[in-house]
Design a binder for this molecule. Structure first.
Ligand SMILES: Nc1nc2c(c(=O)[nH]1)N[C@H]1C(S)=C(S)[C@@H](COP(=O)(O)O)O[C@H]1N2
Ligand SMILES: [Mo]
Length: 322
């Protein structure tokens, strides 16, 4: 008898993904969502000033939730996934994206594909992620701030997009850029980061089977604005900041591209940014993480995806990946 080995995104059956807005994980989240709401209420809110120092960004929030025991991996609720976000174009608070992204218009949308490709051009979201190719995948998202969520995404493998645009042999890296729309994105009116938000991957990382371009979540075909509508990257073995949102430009390039967080604080954020419990952030440990809304777990090397990615880093110095 032949057993097909399960892919890492198949461990939670897709039948458990429901399109319900208030999907509640039966065993955990009845109590948890109350704890989450209480935590949110206790968390300091209010506008932080324009003078906010970079050193204060991407900082772990501690003391605002009650730690439970290490939890099994269970889906976070739709509400958690769409109301606790990092998307600095809409502000630096966790509730800012959901609060401020309402007037963002993700339609119509085009993505410019440039550089070392045989088929450069302006593509629609449907060109890049045709409905016939869309699939659901459950991934843990591990933020560098030491929290994680388990999210059921919908979208296409980035490798499908790469094969469509046909990189040349000179393409060694892929660079991504987020939209900059001051009228719709209050965060970009302030120099919080060096806009546009930019991220990148080595070409083999981009073509890895795990690397995903999300166009929806929770069994829905569209992505909420605060999660990066209409299309955003998901790179589950790397810290969340690599998973760039609302992408307008994809460039295939020869040299390692400029990336926003590395440029902002090179001593704190690297290009590779692979999840690694043994390499602490200079200001906090990465050994453990808060599994939102109220759990706690040990952090896994490569966020638990070692088997599918470690071959790409053989010979590299683990301690320098940060
Ligand atoms: N354009 C853009 N992309 C971004 C960010 C951002 O501020 N701007 N934040 C990143 C960070 S730090 C994280 S943890 C994830 C959060 O994704 P989520 O809000 O969908 O959970 O998005 C990443 N992508
Ligand atoms: Mo993050």
């Amino acid at each position: 008898m032949f057993f097909k080995k399960k892919k890492p995104w198949e461990f939670i059956a897709s039948s458990e993904i429901t399109p319900e807005t208030h999907y509640v994980n039966r065993r955990q989240f009845m109590g948890a969502s109350l704890a989450f709401a209480a935590g949110a209420a206790l968390r300091p809110t209010g506008a932080r000033g324009a003078v906010e120092r970079l050193g204060r960004l991407q900082e772990p929030e501690v003391g605002d939730v009650t730690y439970g025991e290490n939890l099994r991996d269970e889906l976070n609720s739709y509400e958690q996934v769409t109301t606790y976000n990092n998307f600095y174009e809409f502000g630096t608070g966790k509730e800012d994206p959901v609060r401020n992204a309402g007037s963002f218009r993700p339609e119509p949308w085009t993505v410019e594909v440039t550089g070392e490709v045989h088929k450069p051009g302006t593509y629609s979201v449907e060109d890049l992620a045709p409905p016939s190719m869309v699939e659901d995948r459950i991934y843990r998202l591990r933020c560098v701030e030491a929290w994680s969520m388990v999210i059921p995404w919908r979208g296409v493998g980035l490798r499908e997009i790469i094969s469509k645009v046909e990189p040349t042999a000179n393409a060694k890296y892929v660079a991504f850029e987020t939209a900059v729309r001051p009228a719709e994105m209050p965060g970009v009116r302030r120099p919080i980061l060096d806009w546009p938000y930019r991220e990148g991957l080595r070409i083999d990382e981009a073509a890895n089977e795990l690397t995903f371009m999300a166009t929806g979540l929770y069994g829905r075909d569209d992505l909420p604005n605060q999660n990066g509508a209409p299309l955003r990257l998901v790179v589950p073995w790397k810290y969340g900041f690599k998973s760039i949102k609302s992408i307008v430009r994809i460039a295939f390039v020869e040299e390692q591209p400029y990336t926003t967080w590395k440029a902002s604080a090179p001593h704190e954020y690297g290009f590779y940014a692979n999840v690694n419990p043994e390499v602490d952030h200079p200001r906090w440990s990465q050994a453990r993480e808060r599994l939102l809304p109220f759990g706690r777990r040990e952090t896994d090397l490569f966020n638990g995806y070692t088997e599918m990615v470690e071959h790409m880093y053989r010979g590299m110095d683990l301690s320098r990946w940060y």
